[in-house]
Design a protein around this ligand. Structure first.
Ligand code: GLU
Length: 309
């Protein structure tokens, strides 16, 4: 059955387009497809090249949020960023100006994510990135580098994010300098991971912060629960409601075509219990979600009854 789901998903790869607004990402071939599922006993299902690296893009928002909450405590972070979905595109500016006092609505859209990055520990952008990369490495067992070509390509063209950061600064929702925050934010978007790494992060979240394979605790249970609530309500841009209805799994996508999913309890063929799922296919839709990736997860959830609802 998994093979059938995979083959069906792969027929959708060419229906998406690579992220056009980041010049280096626009060059990605949409034919790639990889998926990895890991369960609490260390069993894997893998299809495609699950070690191939791609950049985190918006999946970094989940990781940065967890790191900021662990460092400062959840309440400190939530004082600066709300937990309300917007239904607006990920890079929208409108609510920063039209609602008082301009508090970003949630950490999964760019405005909230940029505020969260300004809270990360470190004196420089590079320190902040190193701190997050180290957190990630402890979960994945891999090392994570910034893809400099993707970073350079985006930092030069990130006019909307720069505008958002200035609004945030004007409204006192940025804890450090605009340019330093932007550098860290874009570098974190450009951190490289594999589909397998993403699945492991999903497994840690399925364990509510404790990694089932080692019992090591990475984040508190409370942070894990809030993170998963945010992924469910805001993780797929302005298609989050639609996918909550049709899939019902906490997920976060990024415009490079990756999707991070976490399942607290489920059974997918020989895999059972807590599950982490990573999917990568760079063809995205107009909203920013991987077309083949979402098709795979949708069929998986429906076939194996993985929805939390
Ligand atoms: N670096 C991207 C941006 O801020 C991330 C967008 C995304 O993956 O949603 O525009």
């Amino acid at each position: 059955m998994l093979e059938q789901i995979t083959n069906e998903a792969k027929t959708y790869t060419k229906e998406g387009k690579p992220a056009f607004y980041i010049p280096v990402l626009a060059l990605q071939s949409v034919e790639q497809f990889a998926a990895c599922i890991v369960d609490e006993n260390g069993n894997y299902f893998e299809v495609g090249n699950t070690d191939e690296l791609f950049t985190l893009q918006s999946i970094s928002k989940v990781i940065n949020f967890m790191v900021a909450c662990e460092y400062h405590g959840l309440q400190f972070v939530l004082d600066k960023v709300d937990v309300e979905p917007t239904g607006d595109p990920f890079n929208s500016i409108i609510r920063l100006e039209s609602t008082a006092p301009g508090k970003p609505f949630n950490p999964m859209i760019n405005a909230g994510a940029i505020t969260v990055v300004s809270m990360l520990p470190g004196k420089t952008a590079k320190d902040r990135v190193a701190y997050v990369a180290d957190f990630l490495s402890r979960i994945t067992g891999s090392t994570h580098q910034v893809n400099e070509a993707v970073y350079c390509s985006e930092i030069e063209t990130t006019h909307r994010n720069r505008a958002i950061a200035h609004y945030l600064k004007a409204n006192d929702y940025l804890l450090c300098d605009v340019e330093e925050t932007l550098e860290a934010y874009i570098r974190l978007c450009s951190l490289e991971v594999s589909t397998k790494d993403i699945a492991k992060i999903g497994l840690m979240l399925a364990g509510n912060g404790a990694y089932p394979l080692t019992d090591e605790e990475f984040i508190t249970r409370n942070t894990a629960k809030v993170t998963k609530a945010l992924m469910t309500t805001c993780g797929l841009y302005n298609a989050s409601g639609k996918y909550a209805a049709s899939i019902g799994i906490p997920m976060k996508s990024g415009v490079s075509g990756g999707v991070l999913c976490t399942v607290s309890k489920g059974r997918v063929e020989h895999l059972e219990g807590k599950l982490g799922i990573g999917v990568f296919s760079p063809g995205i839709d107009d909203i920013g979600n991987s077309v083949a990736g979402m098709k795979f997860i949708e069929r998986l959830s429906q076939t194996y009854d993985l929805s939390i609802f």
